[in-house]
Design a protein around this ligand. Structure first.
Ligand code: ADP
Ligand code: F6P
Length: 339
């Protein structure tokens, strides 16, 4: 009896595996360094498993316009070290509508895409989930510089972006020290403060402003700047997260209140570019391969992650319901070390 049940399960899995013949891959939302390494891993793992691969240009926007190309192993040659995404990326309003989602699923079927790998953030995963509900097998790979995906400790692109920002902030610090100024440096991160927190620690910032701690007191910062000067420090670095913003006006207010020259630098999109770090390339490669293998195992509506030192996968709905908070202890340490 037990043997029969086992055989039935095996037959079921075999059946699903048989159905995966063509894998589609797209990048969606903001680009992130390492996305190319992930695409390369998807393409080559799928080809190694005897599957066909179709690349979808410009995310869901391109899918709805049938911008679909066949991909060979050579199409991803010489890409692992490149920033951006060779498939291009986009944001697509229509994908948020039921009509758009149905059209996207129908196009996947038309092109024989029975397994779709979506590289992007939470929004992109929500799109993948909708497609899974409409019968397209989907797996998401976390690709965003913001590190704001709750189900994973790591997102492709964060390591490169945080290093890029760190190097830029070091340069601002040089000039800030020379002029004995206060510098406000705004980093990206949308509604999340991870880039700000990491730069704050790595650059030894005196102050870190993050959306997660939005009720900061500007008067207290002004007082701290004055204290900082008394302690003999030659500059005062504020890392301000994009989610707080207002850096230019903040600089004017602080200069007026302290009498200390204050400049604002908004790092902007330079944080999203550049050649991916070793870490981004390796994690992207493993996650890309894993996404294909999950589809081959008959899994769908999954997202790959890296949690507690291991590569894991979650149901997309569960993943999207998860929450992650900025580690308060790390934030407190950053403050202590800025003495
Ligand atoms: P990210 O994937 O980095 O979070 P966005 O939030 O901009 O970036 O989402 C990328 C794209 O994913 C959107 O432009 C849209 O096409 C699609 N998307 C976002 N949210 C949903 C949703 N709730 N349902 C369907 N598609 C969505
Ligand atoms: O999600 C990545 C990100 O770079 C965020 O940090 C930022 O808020 C947003 O994308 C910027 O988007 P855009 O490129 O559309 O200006």
């Amino acid at each position: 009896m037990a043997e029969n049940t086992m055989n039935e399960k095996e037959r079921f899995l075999d059946d699903i595996e048989d159905r995966i013949r063509t894998i589609g891959v797209l990048t969606s939302g903001g680009d992130a360094p390492g996305m190319n390494a992930a695409i390369r891993a998807v393409v080559r793992t799928a080809l190694a498993r005897g599957l066909k691969v179709r690349g979808i240009r410009r995310g869901y926007h391109g899918l709805l316009r049938e911008e679909i190309i066949d991909m060979s192993a050579r199409d991803v040659s010489d890409t692992i070290q490149r920033g951006g995404t060779i498939l291009q990326t986009a944001r697509c309003k229509s994908m948020r509508t039921e009509e758009g989602q149905q059209k996207a699923a129908a196009i996947c079927k038309k092109y024989g895409i029975d397994g779709l790998v979506v590289i992007g953030g939470d929004g992109s995963f929500a799109g993948a989930q909708k497609l899974a509900n409409l019968g397209v097998n989907t797996v998401g790979i976390p690709g965003t510089i913001d590190l704001d995906i709750a189900c994973t400790d790591y997102t492709i692109g964060f390591d490169t972006a945080v290093n890029t920002a760190m190097e830029a902030i070091d340069k601002v610090r040089d000039t800030s020290t020379s002029h004995e100024r206060c510098s406000i440096i705004e980093v990206m991160g949308r509604d999340a403060g991870y880039l700000a927190l990491w730069c704050g620690i790595a650059n030894g910032a005196e102050c870190i402003l993050m959306p997660e701690e939005h009720d900061f007191d500007e008067a207290a910062i002004v007082a701290d700047i004055m204290e900082n000067k008394k302690r003999g420090k030659k500059n005062y670095i504020i890392i301000n997260a994009e989610g707080i913003g207002d850096s230019i006006n903040m600089a004017k207010r602080i200069e007026e209140a302290t009498g200390i020259e204050t400049r604002a630098t908004i790092l902007g999109h330079m944080q999203r570019g550049g050649s991916p770090t070793c870490k981004d390339r390796v994690y992207a490669s493993i996650m890309g391969a894993m996404a294909v293998d999950l589809l081959c195992q008959g899994k769908t509506n999954r997202v790959v992650g890296y949690k507690n030192g291991e590569y894991v996968d979650f149901d997309i709905e569960e993943a999207l319901a998860m929450k992650k908070a900025i580690p308060q202890y790390q934030y407190d340490i950053a403050k202590t070390l800025a003495l």
